[in-house]
Design a binder for this molecule. Structure first.
Ligand code: NAP
Ligand code: G4F
Length: 346
């Protein structure tokens, strides 16, 4: 039975990955930030009483800003596989908190690498790199596209990315960077644009909200479905040799297209509800992200199945259901027909 350690287990990807690995009979340990309130709602359905001898999910307080506890964790848990997903992951916030973002997202990765090296634990590492690192680089972006980061978040991720390669080459660590394009789900953080839009659609339908304030509607992203992406993280660590991969759908859509699709699916006219708020504009924007996923398809046989229209439907259906409203259900059908037997909750 393999042992995995996940940083960022309370986040969107961490929660799906924990679910996926538990279904594969892994023992899963997760790093959780201490807070004065509970914030484990994404993994509450996976909770197991640690006193139960059959328990396979264990949570540990710790912080990427604290190297001592990270190192202790490696001695204690001795993981076979480490999935490093913890980060200050919000691009807009990184402009307001550049040094904090550099500390947690950039240096936090180095603290983890050092914890592995100093503890001497032999494990494989997955690092959550990001398509945001491509920044101003022309699309489509692949493994060979040079990074041109345009935010403190992206610059911190570039640092983390290269440090992972450095430890791979310098210390022989089995470490892989997954350069993921945007991936979304009903568990996406509420302030990222897709979830902000789908939540607003449900609130407007329920009569609780009239207006949705957004920033740049022209930016284009390659949006995929998060559960598919966590499966690939695992597959990367099962390879015979470590390698970095780009993964995305290969399609690109504007924020405006997402808005149109989400409002339209719920029978609303977005023009009656969406307004610009300058606060959501960024000092520098990444205008166009579109993956070239040909390498991952060739080497790992991976290809995104859930495409833009189904992703929008999955997210809007989930939001309407949570609001106690009738949902068209097309997203649910796309989801049910999918390949996600391990998912216990969308
Ligand atoms: P997310 O939902 O924002 O989750 C981030 C996780 O990091 C949360 O569990 C958060 O804990 C944890 N965290 C934040 N600061 C921490 C600290 N100081 N110490 C320990 N843990 C900390 O992000 P996500 O969408 O799941 O993304 C997972 C990873 O992939 C991130 O590294 C992100 O940057 C990267 N990524 C995401 C995408 C995407 O489209 N989703 C694309 C490319 C790369 P709390 O719950 O306590 O906040
Ligand atoms: O949803 P977003 O905040 O995601 P963004 O900036 O692309 O970053 C996400 O994807 C990255 C991968 O490329 C990850 F590394 C990162 O951790 C995160 O998960 O914004 C998407 C687009 C941007 O162009 C933004 O300017 O939507 C635009 N946008 C327009 N109005 C907005 C809003 N974004 C947000 N968050 N809120 C708005 O009101």
């Amino acid at each position: 039975m393999k042992v995995a350690l996940i940083t960022g287990i309370t986040g969107q990807d961490g929660s799906y990955l924990a679910e996926f690995l538990l279904a594969k009979a892994y023992t899963v340990h997760g790093l959780v930030r201490r807070a004065s309130t509970f914030h484990t709602d994404r993994i509450d359905h996976l909770y197991q009483d640690p006193h139960d001898s059959k328990a396979r999910l264990f949570l540990h307080y710790g912080d990427l800003a604290d190297s001592g506890q990270l190192t202790n964790l490696f001695y204690e848990v001795k993981p076979d596989e480490v999935y490093h997903l913890g980060a200050q992951s919000h691009v807009r916030v990184s402009f307001d908190m550049p040094d904090y973002t550099g500390d947690v997202t950039g240096l936090g990765t180095v603290r983890l690498l050092e914890a592995i090296r100093k503890s001497g634990v032999r494990c494989r590492l997955y690092q959550a790199s990001s398509s945001e690192m491509f920044g101003a680089a022309p699309a489509p972006q692949s493994e060979t596209t040079p990074f041109q980061p345009r935010s403190p978040y992206a610059a911190a991720k570039v640092y983390a990315h290269w440090m992972v390669r450095n430890y791979r080459e310098g210390y022989g660590l089995f470490a892989c960077n997954g350069i993921l394009f945007n991936h979304e789900s009903p568990r996406r953080g509420e302030t990222f644009v897709t979830r902000k839009i789908t939540r607003a659609v449900a609130a407007i339908k329920a009569g609780r909200q009239q207006t949705l304030y957004l920033g740049n509607l022209d930016a284009r992203r390659d949006w995929g479905y998060a559960p598919e992406y966590v499966e690939l993280m695992w597959r990367m660590l099962q390879m015979t040799a470590p390698q970095d991969f780009v993964f995305g759908t290969g399609e690109t859509h504007s924020v405006r297209e997402f808005v149109e699709a989400a409002f339209g699916y719920a029978g609303l006219d977005w023009r009656e509800h969406v307004k610009l708020d300058q606060r959501y504009l960024r000092p520098t924007e990444v205008e166009l992200l579109k993956a070239d996923p040909s390498n991952v398809k060739r080497q790992l046989g991976w290809e995104a199945h859930v495409r833009f229209a189904d992703l929008v439907r999955i997210m809007v259906d989930a939001e309407l259901e949570t609001a106690g409203l009738p949902a068209p259900g097309e997203g649910k059908r796309a989801f049910d027909a999918g390949r996600f037997g391990w998912l216990r909750r969308p």
